[in-house]
Design a protein around this ligand. Structure first.
Ligand code: ADP
Length: 296
């Protein structure tokens, strides 16, 4: 089964082109949708989740015409939004049972389904505790339990790790990685590491356009031998930016580390480095914004 998104466009009332002819084919497994804030990720996720209408385009999940069969899509969809909204003063187990009723899970199966999900998301021991006392990580895992009700074929996870501390983030990503085995899981994020660690395929989106569709590891390998590093002082930076195809600059212990794209060495002061997905991301973004001329 595949999710096929064809030529999807959306312009908001204020004139913002949030989606501009987006075409993607998403196979079974974990799929990363990577892009900066404002790229159009949430618009795309909400459209897939049938929460809003596109202006044009089509979406197919296997044989299902999603935009024409919204009710059917909703039955087979798990959606974990960025913000889960208000956390009620209700015990976790009770609330999950309530969502199971809404999802149409028959009474005789309900108890078993709820228990299995609470165990899978590692919330079994706190099932009698109230949600408004949960940590950020526990809330996210509860969101996953809700999203998994009814064995969805498509699971959409929108910016999930933003508010989590490092330990919670690892636990949450491990949980997600188990889901990709039997369903399509789309992970929308602006955090490059989330994609490296989890996704076998990905797309980079910016200003409503898909800039790259790739296997993360392969796209990193293609940059091998082309990413050069130099540590510069603050005064040297403008000159380096003028003369070279700088794809990223970042501070490291008070110094500025510059990454430059080049088929050949840009100069003696530079050393060749092993590329990472960040280099892929920033070179693609730099090219899109006309800052970096990348010749392949
Ligand atoms: P992302 O999830 O990648 O941050 P969004 O899909 O939220 O991107 O937003 C894409 C663009 O559309 C942004 O410029 C945003 O300001 C704009 N936008 C999002 N929602 C609305 C809306 N309801 N009305 C008007 N503009 C919107």
């Amino acid at each position: 089964m595949e999710l096929q998104i064809r030529d999807l466009s959306k312009t908001y009332g204020n004139g913002v082109h949030a989606l501009n002819g987006v075409t993607l084919t998403i196979p079974l497994g974990m799929y990363g949708l990577l892009g900066p804030n404002g790229a159009g990720k949430s618009t795309l996720m909400r459209t897939l989740a049938t929460l809003q209408e596109p202006d044009s385009g089509s979406i197919r999940l296997g044989a299902l015409d999603v935009l024409r069969s919204k009710d059917e899509m909703r039955r087979t969809l798990g959606y974990l939004p960025q913000e889960f909204g208000v956390y009620p003063n209700v015990r976790a187990e009770r609330l999950l049972e309530h969502f199971a009723v809404l999802k149409g899970i028959p009474r005789r199966a309900r108890k078993e389904v709820v228990e299995a999900l609470l165990r899978q998301t590692n919330l079994w021991n706190v099932r009698r505790e109230k949600l408004d006392g949960f940590s950020g990580g526990m809330r996210q895992r509860f969101g996953v339990a809700v999203a998994l009700l009814g064995n969805p074929k498509l699971i959409i996870v929108d910016e999930p790790t933003a508010g989590l501390d490092p330990a919670e983030r690892v636990r949450f990503l491990n949980l997600l990685s188990e889901l990709g085995e039997n369903s399509i899981v789309i992970l929308s994020t602006h955090i490059v590491e989330d994609v490296v660690e989890l996704c076998s395929r990905m797309a980079i989106i910016d200003r409503g356009e898909i800039l790259l569709e790739a296997e993360p590891l392969r796209s990193v390998a293609e940059l091998r031998g082309r990413i050069w590093r130099r540590i510069v002082s603050r005064d040297e930076l403008p000159e380096v930016e003028r003369r070279h195809a700088v794809i990223s600059t970042r501070l490291l212990a008070g110094r500025t580390v510059v990454h430059v794209y080049g088929v050949a060495s840009p100069g003696n002061e530079f050393e060749l480095v092993e590329p990472g997905l960040e280099d892929v991301y920033f070179s693609v973004m730099g090219r899109h914004h006309g800052r970096v001329e990348v010749v392949s």
